[in-house]
Design a protein around this ligand. Structure first.
Ligand SMILES: Nc1ncnc2c1ncn2[C@@H]1O[C@H](COP(=O)(O)OP(=O)(O)OP(=O)(O)O)[C@@H](O)[C@H]1O
Length: 362
């Protein structure tokens, strides 16, 4: 586990950061927030590239930084694999040599994946003889991931690794990141301002705003918090962990903690685990069981809370469906007209178009 506590100010009157959070043993923790909120600064402090005014960084009980005790391990002694927005490969070396450079940085008895395993994991075997100039942006990033992994780090730090890529390249690299996450069994601190990357990759979220941690928790939990800035986004809504239960007539049946949904999406084998974001604006409610509707996903729910939404006419309904929570964005007028209140049993109507298939299998 990684524990981070820090305080830093750039210059006398510059931007100030005060953050305190943890990253579990394995899985992706996304450091998420708008541009300029301090994400890269935090990552640099953890990597040892920036010395903060005050900081304590402890990885699995080992102190990497403790300004009060005068401890500050140099970057190379921290065993952090760092991946930046640009791949930063050596242009004069082949892909294979770039990867071997990573291996040379690994301590002699460090545990970790072998060269072939990493090449296989990231699908870079056909690229080994090439120079970075002859690679696409996505391929370059895959090599950079491989090089970081081969240095056998104890922690992976990724600073917007997909931000410099266009949408098709991002879509190409995302599944490899998901594979790496599942194979590496390392804590991964992942800086991003893209919610779709959070949905596809992250287990936990540390939400930042102007240098402060607003909240930390699981992606599912924070997605339905209407008091956070996430709720003001167009794509605000619940994130549900689902398992593919079957495919019939081109429709995929997905089980989640609370019931079953039907979605039109890319066919995945039964048992595949994935996550869906169900946008609040795509959920409607009815006080009586609807009949004769084209909507296939109609779920029995209970209203657990009603809270204001960013538009003055709208509110969020928090809906409990078994052990899951959905958000619905409805007008204040429908609340009055239908007598919606916490404790009321309703039906949640989800449009098929709601389903965005996120990331690769988990
Ligand atoms: N070396 C520096 N000197 C002074 N101010 C800095 C320095 N580096 C960053 N800042 C300021 O600190 C704030 C946080 O920057 P940081 O790069 O950590 O944010 P970020 O969340 O990573 O942003 P982005 O998503 O745009 O990369 C910004 O206001 C930035 O202008």
């Amino acid at each position: 586990m990684l524990r981070v506590a820090l305080r830093h100010r750039y210059g006398r009157d510059g931007f100030s950061i005060e953050a305190d959070f943890t990253v579990p043993e394995a899985g992706v923790t996304a450091l998420f927030g708008p541009s300029g909120c301090g994400k890269s600064t935090i990552l640099s402090i953890v990597a040892g590239l920036l010395r903060p005014d005050f900081g304590r960084v402890v990885l699995d009980g080992d102190v990497l930084l403790d300004t009060e005790r005068g401890i500050a391990l140099p970057p190379e002694a921290r065993r952090c694999g760092v991946v930046f927005q640009e791949a930063r490969l050596f242009p004069h070396l082949s892909v294979a040599s770039n990867l071997r450079y990573g291996m040379k940085r690994a301590p002699p008895r460090a545990e970790g994946p072998e060269f072939e395993e990493v090449v296989d994991l990231l699908g870079i075997a056909p690229l080994l003889a090439r120079r970075p100039a002859a690679l696409s942006g996505g391929e370059r990033q895959r090599v950079a991931l491989g090089r970081a992994l081969l240095s056998r780090p104890r922690l992976l730090l990724m600073d917007e690794p997909l931000a410099a890529l266009d949408a098709p390249r991002r879509a190409e690299v995302l599944p490899f990141l998901a594979r790496l996450r599942d194979a590496a069994r390392l804590p991964i601190l992942y800086v991003t301002h893209a919610l779709e990357e959070v949905d596809a990759l992250a287990d936990r979220l540390v939400l930042l705003q102007t240098g402060r941690v607003l909240a930390e928790g699981s992606v599912e939990e924070l997605a339905t918090r209407t008091d956070l800035p996430l709720a003001a986004r167009r794509d605000a809504g619940a994130v549900l962990a689902c398992t593919v239960a079957g495919i019939e007539d081109g429709l995929t049946r997905l089980d989640f903690a609370g019931g079953t949904l039907v979605a039109v999406m890319r066919a995945e084998p039964v048992g595949t685990r994935l996550r869906l974001r169900i946008r609040a604006r795509d959920v409607a409610v009815a006080t009586e069981e609807p009949r004769g509707l084209s909507t296939r996903n109609i779920l029995a729910a209970e209203i657990t809370a009603i809270s204001p939404a960013s538009g003055p006419q709208d509110v969020f309904l928090q809906l409990a469906i078994g052990d899951s929570t959905l958000l619905a964005r409805v007008t204040q007028d429908s609340v009055t007209r239908l007598g919606l209140r916490p404790g009321l049993r309703v039906w949640a109507l989800l449009k098929a178009v709601t389903f965005d298939h996120l990331g690769g299998p988990r």
